[in-house]
Design a binder for this molecule. Structure first.
Ligand SMILES: Nc1ncnc2c1ncn2[C@@H]1O[C@H](COP(=O)(O)OP(=O)(O)O)[C@@H](O)[C@H]1O
Ligand code: SF4
Ligand SMILES: [Mg+2]
Length: 375
């Protein structure tokens, strides 16, 4: 089937000029990251995995933004792209007002200590051959964060802030539990005195009892050092606890973005509604109104036309099958991409566009039949 043309850009420029507001530490505008799919023969690009497909959001200094969505929806790719660990396909990322993708290699190197990352698996990101004092201090030395004579003292203080006594310094990663290893990773990030830390599923591999300790440590450090976090997780309860704002992703799109209390109390997008209805509530008298999502998540290499969620949405309308909804501000600071919230004027415009697309398709189909009949 021929691909239906997208009538409008998915995201309008909702964050125009947001990078000039010094309150915003991170501003992401219309970010795209496509991974080419190569044929096994001749290695020709035959398509793209649209892992991140026109995503916009902003994070205020000293706050935490949670990023949620089913596995494979593009959360980690957003994280890796905004830290410029991988190159973007399109869009802009500003950290501290600086466009990350226009920095030279040298300027990016200078910026690196300021933007740190913590991963899900702390063991995989710790060198087994180095004692932890060295692991935490290595980059501190490389970037000259403190004068040489203050180095030892500084590392001890950072470790202490992360709940690690300084006599652990000569010990090796394998001597520690999962929770302590995550503390080591946090200490390594914190030692570089960053503004921003990307936390990619930082507690998903830990026991539930340990998870709370690490989350509380992250919260304490945020208060103490004014840190800003992007917190990626599929655990909606953890995200509610730690985040000031939450972004919900579906198949590479940001479908909703709002302050935590607003989005949890009053989700506007049908996908958010379904996702949040599955959160367990610790009250036996509570009537569960769980919305079951039908079907499996489509492939980002071949996403549905129009609204990418239309194949699973219980509120799907005709327009949803043809045209992607705009990402727009429904209430102050509450953004959503769904045709349910179109103004009557916009809906009329879109209905006309759908009628035109359908007519074009019919004409083409009739022409095709005509050609066949001639043969
Ligand atoms: N390096 C890569 N090459 C090709 N496809 C990738 C690569 N990294 C991620 N993807 C694809 O991009 C999509 C998003 O992945 P990811 O960002 O890891 O999702 P999440 O973190 O939400 O689980 C997935 O379909 C994944 O297979
Ligand atoms: S745009 Fe349509 S299909 Fe998409 S979430 Fe909204 S109602 Fe559902
Ligand atoms: Mg991931």
């Amino acid at each position: 089937m021929e691909e239906v043309k997208i009538y409008d850009e998915y995201t309008s420029s909702v964050f125009e000029g947001a990078e000039n507001d010094p309150d915003n530490l991170v501003v992401v505008k219309n970010l795209k990251k496509y991974f080419p799919i190569k044929s096994s023969f001749f290695k020709i690009t035959v398509g793209n995995v649209k892992a991140v497909d026109d995503v916009s959001f902003k994070i205020k200094r000293g706050t935490t933004m949670g990023l949620v969505g089913e596995s494979g929806c593009g959360k980690s790719t957003i994280g890796r792209t905004i830290l410029r660990l991988i190159e973007k396909t399109d869009g802009q990322v500003f950290i501290n007002g600086k466009d990350i993708f226009s920095l030279s290699k040298n300027d990016l190197r200078k910026e690196r200590p300021n933007i740190q990352i913590i991963f899900q698996d702390p063991y995989a990101s710790l060198s087994p051959r180095l004692p932890i004092g060295e692991i935490i201090g290595e980059a501190v030395r490389e970037h000259g964060i403190v004068p040489r004579e203050e180095f030892d003292d500084y590392i001890s203080r950072v470790m202490e802030a992360c709940g690690l006594p300084d006599y652990y310094k000569p010990r090796y990663p394998h001597e520690f539990s999962g929770g302590q290893r995550q503390r080591i990773c946090i200490a390594r990030a914190l030692a570089l005195n960053p503004d921003f830390i990307l936390c990619d599923e930082p507690v998903s591999a830990l026991d539930v009892s340990i998870q709370a300790q690490i989350i509380n440590l992250l919260k304490d450090l945020q208060k103490q050092f004014g840190l800003t976090y992007l917190f990626i997780s599929h655990d909606l309860s953890v995200v509610e606890y730690i985040s000031d704002t939450v972004g919900v992703m579906y198949l590479g799109n940001m479908v909703e973005f709002a302050p935590t209390e607003k989005i949890y109390a009053n989700p506007k997008h049908p996908y958010t509604e379904a996702l949040f209805s599955a959160i367990p509530v610790p009250d036996p008298d509570y009537k569960v109104n769980r919305i079951i999502l039908e079907g499996s998540i489509p492939s980002p290499a071949n996403p549905p036309s129009g609204c990418k969620f239309h194949t699973r949405c219980r509120k799907c309308m005709e327009v949803c099958k043809y045209l992607a909804p705009d990402f727009k501000e429904l209430e102050p600071e509450h953004f959503c991409a769904c045709h349910l919230y179109n103004t009557p004027e916009r809906q009329k415009e879109l209905d006309e566009a759908v009628a035109k697309i359908k007519k074009e398709k019919e004409t083409k189909a009739a022409e095709g039949h005509g050609k066949k009949a001639k043969k």
